[in-house]
Design a protein around this ligand. Structure first.
Ligand SMILES: Cc1cc2nc3c(=O)[nH]c(=O)nc-3n(C[C@H](O)[C@H](O)[C@H](O)COP(=O)(O)OP(=O)(O)OC[C@H]3O[C@@H](n4cnc5c(N)ncnc54)[C@H](O)[C@@H]3O)c2cc1C
Length: 268
């Protein structure tokens, strides 16, 4: 899109590095999106062992040692909504997504969020641009090429405006400090530049990308998959939910297939 600022170049470099280091755990989405299943705690054995706290001291090491009986218990627990054993397995995703997708995602309250802040750095100077699939309904393009070009120009104009205003604000702050009109900077963060960033970020559109760590237990993740992989969820969050599902199913295939079975039986 526009020329990358430092924040965006560093993020792109980091994404490329993650794709090289952990290709099976990462996916790119849209023109600048990204998701990685960075870490997970626990597995199918954790769930079954937790559920058997009252009935046996025999603990399973992992899903490879599961008997038919163990697989059946996993299925029954999920089918009958014995929820708490499924809260003992955690996933930490990192994703770069447009703010309008984040607005929908953050409604999944049973999870933890850490988001990139434009108070401390310049915004990510990339915005979501819908490709032909995103702007088509049943093969009919609801926005034509001309509209998308103007959409992109508007966004580029906003990013350019931010850069220009921030540069001017910083030049003025530096000159006034030099002239002794404002206090010398003490400590790490300059409150004057910080306040300029706080105000200038207000023009950033919901199409701008943001960067998030999302930590969620399996019970809540299943709810997210159930709601956000359905055809009535918006296309863009569905792309992220499908990508998250693919990464999760590579990590815990038995739990994924058991969930698929239960959701299908429930008509989801
Ligand atoms: C297609 C679609 C359209 C949507 N449209 C809108 C919209 O127009 N506007 C809008 O604001 N949201 C909208 N949502 C968001 C939706 O209302 C939910 O907030 C979102 O899907 C998160 O689901 P959740 O509450 O089950 O998840 P979580 O917040 O993760 O909660 C998980 C579960 O915990 C329990 N829980 C959590 N908090 C409470 C609570 N306070 N009280 C009781 N039980 C609780 C519930 O059992 C809940 O299912 C939409 C969602 C979808 C999928």
């Amino acid at each position: 899109m526009s020329k990358h600022n430092k924040t965006t170049s560093e993020l792109e470099e980091e994404i490329q590095a993650r794709l090289r280091i952990a290709p099976e755990a990462c996916l790119r989405i849209g023109n600048f999106g990204f998701i990685e299943l960075e870490d997970s705690w626990g597995d199918e054995a954790t769930i079954v062992n937790t559920a058997r706290i009252s009935t046996t001291n025999n603990r399973l090491r992992n899903a490879e040692s599961f008997s038919e009986r163990d697989r059946n218990l996993l299925y029954q627990l999920l089918r009958d909504q014995h929820g708490t054993p499924f809260e003992t397995v955690y996933f930490r995703f990192r994703f770069v997504a447009p703010i309008f997708v984040l607005r929908q995602w953050v409604k999944h309250r049973i999870s933890s969020w850490n988001e990139f802040s434009m108070r401390y750095r310049k915004p990510i100077s990339e915005a979501y641009i819908p490709d032909l699939a995103a702007r088509s309904v049943d093969g009919y393009a609801v926005l034509d090429e001309q509209a998308v070009q103007e959409y992109e120009e508007l966004l580029q104009g906003l990013f350019a405006w931010y850069e220009r205003q921030y540069e001017q604000a910083c030049a003025r702050i530096d000159a006034d400090r030099e002239a002794g009109l404002i206090p010398a900077k003490s400590g790490g963060r300059d409150p004057y530049r910080g306040r300029a960033r706080e105000l200038l970020r207000n023009v950033m559109p919901v199409a701008a990308y943001s960067d998030v760590y999302w930590t969620v237990n399996f019970r809540s993740l299943m709810n997210f998959f159930r709601l956000r992989r359905k055809p009535d969820a918006q296309y863009e969050i569905r792309q992220y939910a499908d990508a998250a599902y693919l990464l999760f199913s590579r990590r815990l295939p038995l739990l994924a297939s058991t969930m698929e079975q239960v959701l299908a039986e429930q008509g989801n």
